[in-house]
Design a protein around this ligand. Structure first.
Ligand SMILES: C[S@@+](CC[C@H](N)C(=O)[O-])C[C@H]1O[C@@H](n2cnc3c(N)ncnc32)[C@H](O)[C@@H]1O
Length: 306
């Protein structure tokens, strides 16, 4: 593990440890419960057994990797990778506190270049919310295939952000097609906020790793990399918004690459625009009937035995 952190690291540690739930004492446990359910589904699909070797790519705070050890016990060996040295140190510390450090190995590397992981050395590869940030998903899937033993499995879970980008693009198309005074003055502000968090043109979507793929592309890329017996489930959950209050909204963001509204408002809005934005958005955020949509793809596949 590299001892140093780079500013890039901070995107991941800042989001994972603080910004995903805005450090809100009400939101944090609810958010944790929700992602633990996803991790459990990844582990159910992984079919782990005692004595296996697991590679958890982009482990973050060890959500999947450490949970796998809790599930299987002391015979499971887990390699955990990530691009954030800070998160790897944090997770190493967690493993030590849990008394499982000697079952863990931490590797500072990208998903598409699994340096230090030998060919055909692991039984299962897991990821949760990682591939979405990887520009070259095809190369990552090929790396997963390389390190897996014949017959080994992948169990992945990735958010699907394409619809969020497409609705942001639709908003831009609407704004571009009408004279400014024909629209409510809130509409350009809505677009400015959304466009700071998601790509809003066809060209930007094409270039964005988080938006330029759908769940079907995940299947296609995994199949193209050489996997067999593929199975994908798309979960679309329309649920009560988990954001508990206006402060939490301002200081959170939907993914690590998105700035929080507090920064967008400070950098891109005038005082009058901030006032208008809050007057429309705050009642919506604080309305307990507000809903949000989450799209999540669960993919499993096997490395052929011959
Ligand atoms: C949203 S977090 C998810 C963390 C963890 N898997 C979880 O389920 O909580 C994204 C993680 O992906 C890692 N990551 C980002 N880009 C990566 C890349 N190119 N290769 C490997 N890991 C990456 C980050 O270090 C971060 O830990």
């Amino acid at each position: 593990m590299s001892p140093s952190s780079t500013p890039e690291d901070d995107i991941w540690s800042e989001w994972l440890l603080h910004r995903r739930h805005a450090d809100d004492p009400q939101w944090e446990p609810a958010a944790q419960q929700r992602i633990e359910r996803c991790a459990d589904r990844v582990l159910d699909n992984a079919h782990l057994a005692p004595g296996m070797r697991l590679l958890d790519v982009g482990t973050g705070d060890g959500l999947v990797g450490l949970r796998a050890i809790a599930r299987i016990g002391f015979t499971l060996q887990v390699q955990m990778t990530g691009v954030s040295a800070r998160m790897l140190r944090h997770t190493g510390q967690r493993a030590a506190e849990l008394g499982v450090r000697r079952q863990c190995r931490f590797l500072h590397c990208g998903a598409d270049r699994l340096e230090g992981v030998g060919d055909e050395t692991v039984d299962v590869v897991t990821t949760r919310a990682v591939l979405t940030y990887v520009a070259n998903k095809k190369r990552a899937l090929r790396e997963f295939l390389r390190v897996l033993k014949p017959g080994g499995r992948i169990s992945l879970c990735e958010p699907i952000f394409q619809d969020d980008a497409l609705s942001t693009r639709a908003l831009k198309t609407l704004l571009d097609s009408r004279p400014t005074d024909a629209l409510h003055p809130f509409m350009p502000l809505l677009h400015r906020w959304k466009a700071a968090q998601y790509p809003d043109t066809a060209e930007k979507i094409r270039k964005s790793p988080i938006a330029n793929y759908s769940e079907r592309d995940l299947v296609r890329v995994a199949q193209g990399a050489g996997f067999a017996e593929l199975h994908l489930e798309l979960h679309i959950d329309v649920i009560p918004s988990p954001i508990p209050n206006w402060e939490a909204f301002l200081n959170s963001s939907p993914h690590p690459l998105a700035p929080p509204p507090s920064i967008i408002l400070a950098e891109q809005f005038s005082v009058e625009e901030r006032y208008l934005f809050e007057s429309v958005m705050r009642p919506l955020i604080e309305d307990p009937r507000s809903l949000t949509t989450e799209r999540t793809a669960y993919l499993t596949a096997r490395k052929p035995t011959c």
